[in-house]
Ligand binder design. Structure first.
Ligand SMILES: Cc1cc2nc3c(=O)[nH]c(=O)nc-3n(C[C@H](O)[C@H](O)[C@H](O)COP(=O)(O)O)c2cc1C
Length: 307
């Protein structure tokens, strides 16, 4: 019993919480603010790269906009990111703006727990930094957690070409609503990047929360392709137009025609147009959010279902 009481003082919250949410998530609203203007970007902003931490969206919100995350039910401001505009991208008759994250803060924990939890989390990150695949500065990882206040859905990306096939999980994904583009931010070391640039088509399977364990196992395919589709432990079905093997138990399968790709620091940003969108089932999709967001919801007795 005393251990439960003591835990928050000696152990940090988990950085990420794996949760089950019906898509599209409605719990958190994202707004961009600049020069007295405001735009709802809940379905129009994405993480475009991790190093440097870069956000993309379809609006040009000036040199120093603020990205704000609010809980929809209460209106509570959960966190903000201060952005600095760095570049724009023109692709397929649309344009996007890229922003570096200059600073950020969240309000999911009260003082003094907030700075204390940050200190504990950063201490763990510094200890494991070189072995962690993210290898980010702790302050930047804190900003990334704020970007995950909008719970991010997990998909399995299928790539299929002569001599190369693959299936791996992603959550740094679009949509970028106003432009009609859909983005994928993929580490440039991913083994399928050259094939995706060449064949310019993928299928995205929206994954039910119940498939969490198998999805995490598939993370190894960021580094090595699939030897054969038949090695997967679940049934597949062909995507509608391209016939790419996708997950039969998916909630939805979207096909993406890739219209643009470019390296942005650690990641390659792919932009595509949705060619088909098949809704196959209702249900909760696997999502990631920040651990401090789930802690805030738990305190209010409305936690996301955890898987
Ligand atoms: C659920 C899930 C989602 C992921 N989403 C992405 C993504 O959007 N972009 C990306 O480059 N890597 C993504 N990854 C891959 C990881 O960031 C990492 O590169 C991979 O697990 C290999 O890690 P390692 O280099 O430490 O072995 C994801 C992994 C998992 C399990």
């Amino acid at each position: 019993m005393w251990k439960d009481w003591l835990r928050p003082f000696v152990r940090p919250l988990p950085q990420w919480s794996v949760v089950a949410v019906a898509p599209p998530q409605q719990a958190v609203i994202a707004r961009l603010r600049w020069d007295g203007q405001t735009a709802d970007v809940t379905a129009d902003h994405t993480v475009a790269s991790l190093r440097p931490l870069t956000i993309a969206n379809s609006l040009d919100a000036g040199p120093r906009p603020v990205l704000e995350y609010r809980d929809r039910a209460t209106g509570k401001r959960l966190g903000v990111l201060q952005l600095t505009r760095t570049a724009s991208i023109a692709a397929d008759n649309a344009s996007l703006t890229l922003y570096h994250v200059a600073a950020g803060e969240h309000r999911c924990l009260d003082w003094p727990r907030r700075p204390w939890n940050t200190w504990l989390q950063n201490r763990v990150m510094r200890k494991h930094r070189t072995s962690s695949h993210l290898n980010m500065e702790p302050a930047v990882a804190q900003q990334l957690m704020i970007a995950y206040l909008c719970p991010r859905p997990v998909v399995l990306v299928s790539v299929d070409a002569p001599g190369h096939r693959n299936l791996f999980p992603m959550d740094l994904i679009g949509p970028l609503q106003r432009s009609g583009l859909f983005s994928l931010a993929l580490r440039s070391t991913n083994v399928s990047v050259p094939t995706m640039r060449e064949v310019r088509r993928v299928a995205l399977s929206g994954i039910p929360a119940t498939m969490k364990d198998v999805v995490y196992q598939l993370a190894e395919h960021h580094k090595q392709p699939l030897a054969d589709w038949s090695e997967l432990p679940f049934p597949l079905r062909p995507s509608r137009e391209f016939g790419i093997p996708a997950v039969a138990a998916a909630l939805h399968i979207r096909e993406l025609a890739i219209v643009h790709s470019q390296e942005l620091g650690s990641h390659t940003l792919f932009l595509g147009r949705i060619v088909s969108d098949e809704n196959l089932a209702d249900g909760a999709q696997l999502h990631h959010t920040a651990g401090f967001h789930q802690a805030w919801r738990r305190r209010r007795d409305v936690p996301f279902a955890e898987v």
